[in-house]
Write a protein that binds this ligand. Structure first.
Ligand SMILES: C[S@@+](CC[C@H](N)C(=O)[O-])C[C@H]1O[C@@H](n2cnc3c(N)ncnc32)[C@H](O)[C@@H]1O
Ligand SMILES: Nc1nc2[nH]cc(C(=O)O)c2c(=O)[nH]1
Ligand code: SF4
Ligand SMILES: [Mg+2]
Length: 228
């Protein structure tokens, strides 16, 4: 039996606390309100979605099983205050909730990048949740879990990643219908290489939208390469 696939009742507590990890690396946070901070990224393997434009398909499979103790220790070696838990879809592994708690207990400012397709209500309230609402251009808009919206605090963020004008119009309709900007910060980001950032900026200004534009800073710095 592959390590980590077995029934957790038969494992010692340390082994039962394992997560499948694609990579742990230190970079400049490129997304969300925390953009610019030196940050350690913990990328969990696996995702039940298949966004057409996903830049992290390499995290759908592979990686290795790591204990939560081991992950927290490796994060500490990078000496950063900020930690970002991402994937793949981090919440697809239930023990992600424990990892988030443990990283907060260790004194880090922890953010979670999540697709918005899974329940976020059990995430430690100290964690900053960055929750995507998938637009039609992703091919995964039917997976949006609208019940997540009431779980979001003012310190969380909702993110729309937009491939074209049709996605932008869809996001505006959702923004208005759910009054999202009254709940937390709302981010509009272009799909890298698909929607010209300047075009999105001009639409936001023309429409006087109460949203925050963002671009993936790490791709400006390093291009579209893993490990950054
Ligand atoms: C790779 S995902 C991992 C976390 C989670 N599965 C999710 O979708 O939020 C992290 C962030 O990268 C964004 N992203 C992925 N591919 C992108 C692309 N080609 N252009 C812009 N943002 C992208 C996602 O929308 C998400 O906000
Ligand atoms: N530098 C950098 N910042 C990021 N912020 C969110 C990322 C992600 O893949 O979730 C990411 C990433 O992959 N790299
Ligand atoms: S949910 Fe996130 S990791 Fe999964 S396919 Fe979409 S962008 Fe990629
Ligand atoms: Mg990324």
């Amino acid at each position: 039996m592959a390590e980590g696939d077995s029934n957790s009742q038969t494992l010692s507590p340390a082994l039962a606390e394992r997560l499948r990890i694609s990579e742990i690396f230190c970079s400049i946070q490129g997304e969300s309100r925390s953009a610019g901070w030196p940050t350690v990224f913990v990328r969990l393997t696996g995702c039940p979605l298949r966004c057409t434009w996903c830049d992290t398909e390499y995290a759908f499979h592979g990686g290795g099983w790591r204990s939560i103790d081991d992950i927290v220790q490796e994060v500490a070696t990078h000496k950063t205050h900020h930690v970002c838990v991402t994937g793949g879809e981090p919440l697809a592994q239930k023990r992600c909730l424990t990892l988030l708690q443990r990283l907060c207990d260790a004194g880090h400012e922890v953010s979670l990048e999540t697709s918005g397709a899974l329940d976020v209500s059990q995430v430690d309230p100290r964690v900053i949740k960055v929750v995507d609402l998938k637009a039609p251009g992703s091919g995964e808009h039917k997976r949006n879990r609208w019940q997540n919206i009431p779980s979001l605090a003012p310190s969380d963020q909702i993110k729309f990643v937009l491939a074209d004008r049709a996605d932008y119009d869809w996001a505006n309709a959702v923004l208005t219908e759910h009054k999202l900007h009254e709940r937390c910060e709302v981010l509009y980001s272009p799909v890298h290489g698909s929607l010209a950032p300047r075009e999105l900026a001009e639409w936001i200004l023309a429409d006087h939208l109460p949203v925050r534009m963002q671009m993936q800073l790490h791709k400006l710095l390093w291009g579209d390469v893993p490990g950054h």
